[in-house]
Structure formats: structure tokens, C-alpha cells
Design a binder for this molecule. Structure first.
Ligand SMILES: NC(=O)c1ccc[n+]([C@@H]2O[C@H](COP(=O)([O-])OP(=O)(O)OC[C@H]3O[C@@H](n4cnc5c(N)ncnc54)[C@H](O)[C@@H]3O)[C@@H](O)[C@H]2O)c1
Ligand SMILES: [Fe+2]
Length: 399
């Protein structure tokens, strides 16, 4: 990367880092059960909500307990269950139309990152009716309070229930973009591991490795704070200890509960400290080929960490110590490599491949340019890379 661009990126990141203490970050109120939701809605004077979910979850009957408690409390609800994985602009517009038609006053997102992000984007569109959601891509473009949003995660991965981000895909161009602004942080999050109990093993593994990617990318970036470092290290430890257990036995509620906490902590960490090139590349793969987000990150992360080389040895050593595979006396390069090997071993043992199907060689330069535009100058990555340098990751994982 040329020196002028490098200076621009680092200056941009420094300004955002210095501004951190003055920005209106907040944490959602944490509830432990959907049964607590009517009380919270009543306090807000909300008597009609849109539930945003997806077809598999409603088909499995998973939204029924939620609908039951709302009905019993006399709160009317409309269900939008057409959210697709990697939710689209059309999903957002369809759900928004339903919200308006039914005079809804609040939003409940029930599902993985896809329904939660869709609900956030619906909120943004309600707040800014004249601005298309793609026009809010980037940072600080919502700028208005969105309707009250309760997020109920059913995966332990994205941490979207606590982040400033919504990730949406333009169904026509297959461009996946992020909208990042403070009003998008849900007001309330229900962390009930029972909702993740039915998540199949492979989905448990890949969404869990998404959470690991949040923890790692937040920790190794240049915009951390004492609290994001602590959250990221704790999340990594919980994931190393519990993800293999949740994968092996989905009914292991201690492991499920630890994973819900880990995903939440990792989300909180990256919401302030950002992600990095692994996510930027994963977003382009999710947009273009619909590759599941967690799978893309899980496969890419070891390659990206190797490419950062000695710039991340010190920080990865801290992660290795935190997860219990190195100690203070371990030389940094050895500990860093042990940490990357640990990720590779976890992937292997949970059936996650080292390559991804469907990437077309001729698409790579354009995808790498998109990833570069998402990441630079926003993500405070340990080592800046150009679009041409990012191309290697697509070739690395191409089957
Ligand atoms: N907003 C953020 O901060 C943030 C962070 C990371 C990723 N994301 C985005 O989130 C999306 C991915 O979300 P995700 O990984 O949670 O998956 P998802 O929401 O796309 O769900 C994937 C599949 O798992 C199923 N599923 C979810 N929970 C289940 C359960 N308990 N039992 C059975 N099936 C279940 C869903 O029906 C769906 O078919 C991507 O679009 C990604 O870009 C957002
Ligand atoms: Fe992610």
C-alpha cells in the first residue's frame, strides 16, 4: 500500500479511537427469558409488535412460546418469517411494509444474525423513511432513534443482539454491506441458551467460530480498550472450552449457556473495536455466493492470521495464554502459532473444511476490491493490505 493511503487509513482509525470514550455506546438490557418481554414492552407503552424471524424457525415451531406470551399479555403481533440467511434489501422492505400495514410500534427479532440484522434494518428504514437502506451503509448514517427493538438470538455466533451493526445484501448486485450506527444497538436482548438447543452440530460449530473470529479480530486490531480486550479474551476462553462440547452434545446446556455468553462478549468487543480482513473477505463471499457467514470466517481466519505474520505475535500470544495453551515463558512466535493451530484443530475436529466451494477465479479481483473498500480505512487491522494483496485469501480457500 502506498504511503499516502497508509497515513490516511491510520489517521482515520486514530480519530475514531480517540473519539471512542465520547461515543454513545450502550449495552442492551439483558433478559433471561421471553416471558419477561411483555413487561418490558408495557413499560414502553408498546401494544403491537412485528416479529422478524425466518421460515425454518417458524416451521420448527420455535416462535410459538414467544407468540404465546404476547397473546396472553394482550400484545398484538404480526410475524414476518421470510428472512433469508444473508438477509436482503427486499426482506427489509417486505418486513417494513408489514410493520406499517399493521400499525406496529416495536420490533422483536427472533433468530440468528440474519433476522436480527433484518429487524435492525427495518428499524432504520422506519426511522428514515426517505433513505434507502443501502444509503445508510457505512458508519453513522442512521442518526435517528429506531423503534424499540428486542433481540432474541437463537445462534451463539454473531452477537448482533449487542452490536451497532446490521449486515444486509443487495439481492440484485449481491453486494453485502454493513450499516453501523448507535441506534441499531437493540434495547433489550434475551439470552436464553434454550433457544440455541436445537441448532444442528455443524451450524453450532460455524456460528461459534464466527464468535471466535469477532474475539480475535477485535483483540488484534489497533482500537482496543481495556474492556474490549477483557471481553475478547474471556470470549475466546469460553469458546475453546465449550464449543467442542456444544458441537458434540447439543443438549449440553452448560456449554450452550457459555457459548451464548461468549458470542455476546465477542459481539460487545468488536462493536467497539471492529473486525478485520477476515470479515471483509467473508462478507464478499456471503454476498456473492451465499456462503454462510460463520463458515466463511472459520475457514478464512487461520489464513488471515498467518498473513499478518509477526505483527500479531504479541497479541496472539496473549490469546494463547488466555485459552490455556501457552504461558508467559512461551516465546511469542511459538505461542502465536500454537493459537492458530488450535483454531485449525477445532475446525478439523468439528468437520469444518480448509477450503470453500463455489468461488470463481474470474470473480476474485472484483471481490477483493469490495473487501478492501469495506475494510480500509475503517478496520484498524494489524497490517494494512491492498485489494491485490487480499486476493490471496480467495485463492487460499478456493477449492
Ligand atoms: N450484526 C452483526 O453484528 C453481525 C455480526 C456477525 C455476522 N452478522 C450477520 O449475521 C448473519 C449470520 O447469522 P447466523 O450465523 O446467526 O445465522 P442465520 O441467522 O443466517 O441462520 C442460519 C440458519 O440457521 C437456522 N437456525 C438459527 N437458529 C437455529 C436454532 N436454534 N435451531 C435450528 N436452526 C436454527 C436458521 O433458520 C438459518 O437457516 C450473516 O448475514 C452475517 O453477515 C451480523
Ligand atoms: Fe461475524
Amino acid at each position: 500500500m502506498n504511503i499516502v493511503k497508509k497515513i490516511y487509513c491510520r489517521a482515520f482509525q486514530t480519530v475514531l479511537h480517540l473519539a471512542l470514550p465520547f461515543l454513545p455506546y450502550r449495552n442492551p438490557v439483558i433478559l433471561r427469558s421471553t416471558a419477561e418481554i411483555p413487561g418490558v414492552l408495557r413499560e414502553q407503552g408498546i401494544d403491537s409488535v412485528l416479529i422478524v424471524t425466518d421460515a425454518s424457525l417458524s416451521g420448527l415451531g420455535m416462535t410459538e412460546p414467544l407468540c404465546g406470551v404476547l397473546k396472553e399479555a394482550g400484545i398484538s403481533y404480526t410475524v414476518f418469517d421470510e428472512t433469508v440467511p444473508n438477509p436482503t434489501v427486499k426482506n427489509v422492505e417486505d418486513a417494513r411494509a408489514l410493520y406499517l400495514q399493521n400499525g406496529c410500534r416495536g420490533l422483536i427479532a427472533f433468530g440468528g444474525g440474519s433476522p436480527i440484522d433484518c429487524a435492525k434494518a427495518v428499524g432504520a428504514r422506519i426511522a428514515r423513511p426517505k433513505k434507502p437502506i443501502a444509503g445508510m451503509a457505512g458508519i453513522l448514517k442512521v442518526c435517528k432513534r429506531i423503534p424499540y427493538l428486542v433481540a432474541i438470538p437463537t445462534t451463539a455466533g454473531t452477537g448482533s443482539e449487542t452490536t451497532v451493526t446490521a449486515v444486509i445484501t443487495d439481492g440484485d448486485t449481491r453486494h453485502k454491506f454493513t450499516v453501523n450506527d448507535f441506534p441499531l444497538i437493540p434495547r433489550c436482548a434475551v439470552l436464553d441458551p434454550d433457544n440455541t438447543k436445537g441448532l444442528p452440530p455443524f451450524m453450532t460449530a460455524t456460528t461459534g467460530m464466527d464468535a471466535m473470529t469477532h474475539a480475535v479480530e477485535a483483540f488484534i486490531g489497533g482500537s482496543t480498550t481495556k474492556s474490549t480486550r477483557a471481553d475478547a479474551l474471556r470470549a475466546a476462553r469460553l469458546i475453546v472450552d465449550n464449543l467442542p462440547r456444544a458441537y458434540a452434545d447439543g443438549a449440553d446446556m452448560e456449554a450452550r449457556s457459555a457459548m451464548s455468553e461468549a458470542a455476546h462478549l465477542a459481539g460487545r468487543a468488536f462493536s467497539k473495536s471492529y473486525v478485520g480482513y477476515c470479515h471483509a473477505v467473508a462478507h464478499t463471499l456471503g454476498g456473492k455466493y451465499n456462503i454462510p457467514h460463520g463458515l466463511a470466517n472459520a475457514v478464512l481466519l487461520p489464513y488471515v492470521l498467518h498473513a499478518y505474520g509477526d505483527t500479531v505475535y504479541g497479541k496472539l500470544k496473549k490469546m494463547a495464554v488466555a485459552v490455556g495453551i501457552a504461558d508467559q515463558s512461551t516465546p511469542a512466535p511459538v505461542a502465536a502459532n500454537a493459537f492458530i493451530e488450535k483454531l485449525e484443530q477445532m475446525n478439523r475436529e468439528m468437520g469444518i473444511p480448509t477450503t470453500l466451494k463455489g468461488i470463481r477465479r474470474e470473480d476474485v479481483p472484483a471481490l477483493a476490491r469490495k473487501a478492501e473498500r469495506e475494510a480500509n480505512p475503517l478496520y484498524p487491522v494489524p497490517r494494512l493490505m491492498t485489494a491485490v494483496e487480499l486476493e490471496r485469501f480467495y485463492y487460499d480457500v478456493m477449492e
